[in-house]
Design a protein around this ligand. Structure first.
Ligand code: AMP
Length: 440
């Protein structure tokens, strides 16, 4: 399948060539024809699947096709300026900015205008853009409602409404804002809802929002997860940082994204790593927009090797070729584990995901392994190993509840006699280098 076969118009095809896209991704193959025909979509897809192009390409195309008569049919305001015809609602500033970049790329040979609005920054440049008129608006909910209330954004002419990362929106408490936005846009519109997961709340939101939707789904989880080598380190809370420092000192860690559960934890870890001479940065919701964007850009351009992030801040990170994802803390929800590790192994690259687990996190580990349908390979024999965890696992195993986790344990120094002489070497974390790692 090619973009040509999807009946994409020439100005967009030209832009896609510049982007280097030769074939559509599965979500694009499924979604683009439906959207071009005017159907609603309920999409189960996460960032990394190409979903942004899946919705932005048809929106650009349909707006281009209906563009000619717009000046005569009320699609411009009294001053002849463009009216907002497509609204993309997204949870984070980073994601909004990335979607904006996609519209810039795919629409560069069209005369459509778009702008991105989000909170945490001054509104002046955003209100200026809105005043000049845009076809497409990409927004986070709070700032959007703020600007609607101030009279800068008029949503009465929306023809395309995209709710992106809907599950994340609900997690972040945006449901009231979303409902307010929905009340402001016309009923007669094409609606697209994308969500990485489909809990009941999303299904009921979809039911109320979408009209006879087609379901499109890509489950990159398994595909991505298969490309990623996953390893587990049992370590006490107090030993996680020295273990991390040891691992980060390995040359094979070309770029690492480290997940911490809290903003405070991310900051503290960043300071400790910096003191240990590791070049790193932290990104989370308490940082200013400018600081976050700078950290991201430095990481993307490989000026920073290690980036520590909370889940919410990391949601918008679109960086290919992250060699390692490290779960310093295990996530509360098993789906988040899959999303986190999906930050590596992207775009066909292989990747490594290392997870630390202390004795209080064994329940979280169990849920993760249940979701991914396999036990994560345990690295044992390292200097910071948590004996309490191993003891618990052994007891679980004896009671059969632990299944065969122990069988999965990799004996790092199988061939060596162990002993203190090898300890520092074992802790050095050379485990993931090609040819050295193995699955049990
Ligand atoms: P997304 O899921 O929208 O965040 O896209 C993930 C990444 O895939 C982005 O870096 C896109 O530029 C890239 N991408 C999207 N569609 C294609 C395609 N058809 N071919 C190659 N790369 C793509």
């Amino acid at each position: 399948m090619t973009f040509n076969e999807l009946q994409i118009i020439e100005p967009i095809l030209r832009a896609l060539v510049i982007e280097g896209y030769s074939t559509p991704t599965p979500i694009q193959e499924q979604a683009i024809p439906i959207l071009l025909k005017g159907g609603d979509i309920l999409g189960c897809a996460q960032t990394g699947t190409g979903k942004t192009a899946a919705f932005s390409i048809p929106i650009i195309q349909k707006l281009c096709e209906s563009k000619e008569p717009e000046i005569f049919d009320g699609k411009r305001n009294k001053k002849g300026r463009k009216r907002i015809k497509a609204l993309i609602l997204t949870p984070t500033r980073e994601l909004a900015a990335q979607i904006g970049d996609s519209f810039t790329s795919y629409g560069k040979f069209t005369s459509l205008k778009h702008t991105v609005i989000y909170g945490g920054v001054r509104q002046r440049s955003q209100t200026d853009a809105l005043r000049n008129g845009v076809d497409i608006l990409i927004a986070t909910p709070g700032r959007l409602l703020d600007l609607v209330n101030q009279g800068y954004a008029d949503l009465r002419h929306i023809e395309f409404f995209v709710l992106d990362e809907a599950d994340r929106m609900l997690d972040m408490g945006f449901i009231t804002d979303i409902n307010r936005v929905i009340d402001l846009i016309p009923q007669n519109r094409q609606t697209l809802l994308f969500s990485a997961t489909m809990p009941v709340e999303i299904s009921s939101l979809a039911e109320s929002l979408l009209h006879n939707p087609s379901r499109v789904s890509v489950i990159p989880e398994e595909a991505t997860v298969d490309l990623i080598d996953q390893y587990l380190y049992f370590a006490d809370k107090g030993n996680k940082t020295p273990l991390l420092i040891d691992l980060l000192n390995e040359e094979s860690v070309q770029s690492a994204l480290i997940f911490a559960r809290t903003k405070h934890g991310a900051d503290k870890l960043s300071k400790t790593l910096t003191r240990a001479g590791i070049d790193c940065d932290a990104i989370h919701g308490n940082k200013s927009q400018n600081a976050r964007q700078k950290s991201l850009l430095d990481f993307k351009r490989k000026r920073t090797r290690v980036l520590i992030a909370t889940d919410i801040a990391a949601r918008g990170i679109d960086v290919n070729q992250i060699s390692h994802v490290i779960n310093y803390d295990l996530p509360e929800s098993p789906e988040t584990y899959v999303h986190r590790i999906g930050r590596t192994g992207r775009a066909g690259y292989s990747g490594v995901a290392l997870s630390f687990c202390d004795s209080g996190e064994l329940g979280l580990l169990k849920s993760i392994q249940k979701l991914i349908g396999k036990d994560i390979n345990v690295v044992n024999g390292h200097e910071f190993e948590c004996s309490v965890c191993l003891g618990k696992i052994e007891r679980l195993q004896k009671s059969k509840a632990g299944a065969n986790l122990k069988d999965k344990v990799i004996s790092l120094n199988k061939d060596s006699q162990g002993g203190n002489r090898d300890k520092s070497r074992r802790s050095k974390g050379v485990f993931w280098q090609k040819g050295r790692r193995r699955s049990a």
